[in-house]
Design a protein around this ligand. Structure first.
Ligand code: SF4
Ligand code: SF4
Length: 164
């Protein structure tokens, strides 16, 4: 999460993140193979499955019903995320931003589901994406294409890679 625009207090009141509706499983965070293997050994109960060149948490068996709105917790959320900065997935580090392909290039997009960010003017997030944080996000995504997820309708585009 981007601490420059989100406070711990905001998130403690909301707690939307770190659990996934069955219909939102495309959003589960991605890990490289070595990290996934190491974390699976360190945290019994945390399972992974491959996804398009990377690995993601396998929580398919954590749902009790077929309700698409039912949520299942990330196995690393144990009263808060237990992962240190070195293991924190790219997705989680840049939340509520996302890198997705737009017009054939990587773009920084905004997740529309965070209530705190949605209450801010879009210009605040655009300024963030246009700054050095956005530069670093796009650089990382260019070097790790397996961490880029397909574009989703309804995600505002804040910055395209062609702007670099
Ligand atoms: S949705 Fe937004 S406010 Fe809620 S926990 Fe996630 S980052 Fe925090
Ligand atoms: S890895 Fe940590 S920050 Fe990311 S979804 Fe899981 S608990 Fe949340």
């Amino acid at each position: 999460m981007l601490s420059s625009v989100l406070s711990r207090e905001d998130c403690a009141k909301c707690r939307f993140c770190c659990s996934f509706r069955r219909q939102s499983l495309w959003e589960t965070p991605l890990f490289d193979g070595q990290t996934a293997e190491r974390l699976a050994e360190l945290y019994p109960g945390a399972a992974f499955k491959p996804r398009e060149g990377a690995f993601t948490i396998d929580i398919d068996g954590c749902y009790a019903t077929d309700d698409p709105e039912e949520e299942a917790l990330c196995p690393f959320n144990r009263g808060g995320c237990v992962l240190g900065a070195e293991d924190k997935p790219f997705d989680c580090s840049i939340w509520p931003l996302r890198v997705m392909p737009v017009n054939g290039h990587n773009a920084i997009c905004l997740t529309p589901t965070c209530p705190v960010i949605s209450a801010k003017p879009l210009s605040v997030m655009k300024e963030l994406a246009d700054g050095i944080i956005g530069d670093r996000i796009l650089e990382y995504a260019a070097a790790h294409p397996e961490m880029v997820k397909p574009y989703r309708e309804g995600f505002p585009v804040l910055r395209e890679e062609t702007d670099v």
